[in-house]
Design a protein around this ligand. Structure first.
Ligand code: ATP
Ligand code: FE
Length: 348
């Protein structure tokens, strides 16, 4: 199988071609970082326009880099949710147009499931069941992956997702956001120490960093300390939740051996090493894909598509000339799995 994956759920337009043996033939990502800097966040209408401008080119480039044409594809996979519906629409339209023109089956992919499943692309012997901690721009999601399409949600955030907290902190520290906020905070944190961590501990993470940052705009060392402190406190929260979730998961599935950490924030070295300590202490192995597969990318969508396609879960090719106003199967709000934590008194 050779599958094209298309991703437009948020601010990156991405496409990739992946073989079912796990070979990534191409990966193209066009980022809207410039827009993010200019407008300080993702404005859906603007993001939609940016996706529309580059989608054809990104897909073409993915095919060219893979040295393939549309005729060589077995199927097209596309993110249908969760995400911004205006943005999802751009990717889904492109996927349906292509699938219609070349009579290709189409696979609608859950973006967060793809963040988790990409670990099986990276590590081909990773079997179900496994745990996944998905930490990204929009989610802190702890799940027990029992099987393909069968996830039990162990925990989620009631506040900002950690990636968003990193982005806000970067903004308030006045950092260069062109590569997104997380990497900028990580870099600055290396120069600092977490001596202000105590002050941040009581106020929650990013909001606390904002207050402290205002007091020290000029002083790089002070700002590096804030970045380091923010990082320490934010990751402490992750560690606690991770540890508790492992205990629950082991009650349900004692055979779990691996914990996948994925999503944009999993690119962070400090996050990886701190979580790895907890995971090892609990007797599990960490599986953390490389940063290019942790942040939004088309390969994870293609791979999730391959996994579902193999199980016979796909839609037949759409009509060759679908009307522009055709109703699309978009799922902007689409929970992954059932919620287990809600019924537990110790859930938070
Ligand atoms: P979601 O997957 O929840 O829909 P998203 O797709 O927008 O959100 P991702 O692309 O998975 O998010 O991750 C982007 C987030 O990861 C951003 O908030 C970014 O700041 C953060 N991030 C990326 N690299 C790092 C890093 N090195 N350290 C911390 N955060 C990082
Ligand atoms: Fe994502």
């Amino acid at each position: 199988l050779v599958v094209l994956g298309i991703e437009t759920s948020c601010d990156d337009t991405a496409a990739a071609v992946v073989r079912s043996n796990g070979e990534i033939l191409s990966q193209v990502v066009s980022s809207q970082a410039d827009l993010l800097v200019r407008y300080g966040g993702v404005a859906p209408k603007m993001a939609e326009e940016a996706h529309s401008l580059v989608i054809d080119q990104v897909v073409q480039e993915a095919l060219d880099k893979a040295k393939l044409t549309e005729e060589d594809l077995s199927a097209v996979a596309v993110t249908i949710g969760p995400g911004l519906s205006l943005c999802l629409r751009v990717g889904v339209r492109k996927a349906r147009k292509l699938a219609g023109a070349y009579a290709l089956p189409i696979i609608g992919v859950h973006h967060m499931e793809a963040h988790a499943l990409v670990a099986r692309l990276f590590q081909s012997d990773l079997q179900f069941p496994f745990m996944a901690f998905l930490i990204s721009g929009g989610h802190n999601l702890l799940v027990l992956a029992r099987d393909l399409g069968h996830y039990i949600q162990l925990g989620t955030t009631i506040d900002d997702a950690i990636g968003e907290a990193y982005d806000k902190t970067a903004k308030w520290l006045g950092l260069d956001m062109r590569k997104s906020g997380g990497p900028a905070v990580e870099e600055l944190a290396r120069e600092g120490s977490h001596e202000t961590a105590q002050r941040l501990q009581f106020l929650l993470c990013s909001d606390a960093a904002i207050h402290v940052a205002e007091a020290s705009e000029e002083d790089r060392k002070a700002r590096a300390d804030i970045a380091a402190s923010f990082q320490r406190v934010a990751v402490l929260h992750l560690e606690e939740k991770c540890e508790r979730a492992i205990e629950w998961a082991m009650e349900i599935e004692p055979s779990v051996k691996h914990l996948v950490v994925s999503g944009g924030v999993a690119s962070n070295q400090y996050v990886r090493s701190r979580l790895n300590k907890i995971i090892e202490k609990k007797g599990l192995q960490l599986v953390c894909p490389p940063p290019s597969l942790c942040t939004d990318n088309g390969a994870m969508i293609a791979w999730a598509g391959i996994e579902h396609f193999r199980m016979g879960r796909y839609d037949p090719p759409p009509p060759a000339c679908e009307p522009e106003d055709a109703v699309l199967d978009l799922r902007p709000r689409w929970p992954l799995g059932e919620e287990l934590a809600q019924g537990r008194s110790e859930a938070r």
